[in-house]
Structures are given as structure tokens and as C-alpha cells.
Design a protein around this ligand. Sequence first.
Ligand SMILES: [Zn+2]
Length: 473
Amino acid sequence: MPEPVIGLEIHLAIRTKSKMFCACSAESFGLQPNVNTCPVCLGLPGSLPVANGDAIMKAVRFSLALHCQVPERTQFHRKHYFYPDAPKNYQISQFDRPVGEHGWVELDAGRRIGVTRCHVEEDAGRMVHPPYAEHSLVDLNRAGAPLIEMVTEPDLRTPEEARAFLTQVQAVARALGVSDASPEQGKMRADVNVSLRREDGRLGTKVEVKNLNSFKSVAAALAFEIKRQAVLLEEGREVPQETRGWNEGGQRTYLLRSKEESADYRYMPEPDLPPLVLDHAWVEGVRETMPELPAEKRARYLALGLRPADAELIAADVHAAALFDAAVAAYGGAAQPVANWLLGDVTGLLNAEGRALAESALRPEALAELVRLIDEGTISGKIAKEILPEVVAGASPADVVERRGLSLMRDESALVEVVERVIAENPEVVASVAQNPKAINALLGRVMKQTRGTARPDAVRRLLQERLGVAAD
Ligand SMILES: [Zn+2]
């Protein structure tokens, strides 16, 4: 079998208040068209760009997190091409002096994937094609929004690896506050390139697949391309060099354009923006204020005794990690039970409601209290599950238990009353216990029902056994 050789080009929308070179809001998702525009991002004559310092800082932070070298001088270039949604007819991007170069990302299996470069550039606008209309519309809210483009070395070997890599990059971008990295809002987009290396070592022609807007599509497009190219090679044919698109409905790639030579973008230094000096002390300052990265979090959670799979899941999600850290601190006991509730029932409940953890009102102190109430024997796991919807909606578990009278019956005399009542009400079951000791379970069930699950099953069993003269099992 020929070996797939895969590289990625990822665009991340940088999370900033304003656009890359003007003061317009960088938010474009779900807005009326063309509300966030000005002479600079409309490309009007005489307007001048000013670089967004926050965007540069975040791109440097991201580059450092990917172990890139950050040069002392970086520069913006004009990349020329005509797109109807890019009014200047060039894009301000970076060419030979990007903010980061020669980095790497380590996959969980310990494999390092090379990061060729990270550079800053501005986004284009968006074309809207109304159905049945004979015209198209241009929305320039996104034009000039800041982007990081990162390019990897062709070090990935399988669609699954590519997907794992994207997941990791997403977790890093979110942990750093650099980008929301949400593919569903177009804030993380990927192009892939893939070729097959034949058994004799010859590398096949590289094919690009553009504009994949989910990690699932990336994996599916790669799997499709690998198969398509393998069939061509098996038939003794060449793979033509081309750029392909992805048809989500048909789950197949299709020809966008054949590419004989690379386009001439006539890169030239942007005359309106001087080269940018990234002072060494400033870069070190960015490095020092770097938030904890997912890999560091994972290591810390393993040291707390979490199961590796759980440590991985929590570390990859900024919101889950923040909640977990605060809940473990408030609880003060073992971390694993907190993780169990967070990843199990809490996540299950939110998934069923189609909500994200960040949107829930669950407080870390409430999660800690829930685990403590179970730990102390005040409530059972079953009761905890029952009150969970209220807790996730923001209530205090202790308050809910108190209000609904759900704490386990500590008062044995009250429990004795219920046990004796159930024995009196079920003479046939009681009579059958002598032949069949298992019949005691039916009585136990009835006591649990009458106490609405607030009795401790071990105490009920002991009381029933004592009163019916059955030997303890
Ligand atoms: Zn603007």
C-alpha cells in the first residue's frame, strides 16, 4: 500500500475587539450585512491601515505555544489577486517574515508534527448567492478581520491523525484565548494537501482540498482522496495536480481547478506599514504571561490521580478545566469523583439538552457540594442524579435536598416504623421468605419506594433480616 503524506493549512480567526487594520468590530457572525465597515476595510482610496497590536500579540502567543521561533522583525506584504469580496484587490498578509517559524505540535502518541510557519493576515468578505436571483451580494463585515494562517509540514499520515492534530490546535487556541476556533462559525477552517508515497519511495503529485469547515469533513475528505489516488496509481495512471472541493452531501471531492503552476501573487512589502520590530523583552513577556496549555493541564491532572482518558478530555476543554479546577479546590477531596460527575452525568444532561458547559449555570461550588453530600452519606448517587438538573440550572444541592426532603434517613426509629409497616402490609411475601430468602428483596424495594429512595439500602436490609429472623448474608 502506498503511504499517505498529509499537510494542513489552518485559518484561525483571532479573537480581538477590532479588525486587523482598522477600528471596526471584528465580529461578523450572525450580523446584518456590511454594518462593520469603514474606508480602510472597504479599500477606499487614501485610507491607511494601522496594525492591531492585540492581534499581533495573540499571534506571537500562539506561535510560542507551538514552539515556533519568533523573529525580531516581522513584516506585512501585499498578496495580489482579484476576489469580488476583497475590495482592495490585494490581501495584506505576510510573506518571508512571518511571526512564527519552525515549530511543532506533539500528538498524544508522542509524535511531533512540524509547524512550518504561522503568519498574520486579513480575512476576505463573503459572497451571498440568493436562491433564484440573477445577482450575488457582497457582505464585507468579515473583510479585514484578523486571521492566523498556520501551515504544517507534510508529517501527518492518516485522516485520524489529521483530525487529532486539529483537535489539539483548537484546544491550544482556546486555552490561550487566541481564537474561539469554532469551525461551525467559520472561525477555524482547514485546507488539506495529500499525496501518496509509493513503495519505491517516489512521492506522488500533491492534491489540495479547499475550505473544509469541520474536522469530520477533513477526515472524510482525506479518506476519500487517499482511496481515489490509490485507484489511479493502481491503474498505472498519474495523479493530476489540482485543487479540489468537498461535496458534503455526496461525501466526495470534486475538481475545482487544475493547477499547472503556482499563481503569481506579486508579493510586495506593504508600503503603508513599516516592518514590525518584535522586541526580545516584549516576546519574553508574552511567553511569561502564557496561560497553562492543555498538555500541561493534562500532566497536572494525571498527578492528581485522574484516569488518563479523563485527564485528556478535561484538559482539552477550557471551560471544563476551569470548572473542574475550581470544583476540586472547593471539594478538597479526591479529584476523580469530581471528574466522574463532570464527564458523566453533567455532560450527559447538557448533551441531551443540546447545550454547552459554558452556557450552563452550574457553579463549581455546587459540583463540589454534590460530591461532598454523597461522600458524607447524606444522599445516594441516585438522589444526586435526581437533583442534578436543578444543580446544573444553578441551584445549591444542599438547598434542593433540604427543600425536597431527600436526605438519607439517618433517624433509625423513623426507618423502623416504615420497615414494620411494610412487613405488616405484605404477609404473603413475609411468609415466602422462609423458603426463599431472596423474597426479602421485594420487601426492601417497597421500603425504598415508601421512603422515596432516602433510606440506606444496607440499613433496610439489616432491619428486615433482624425482624424476619433471616441470617445476614
Ligand atoms: Zn473597517
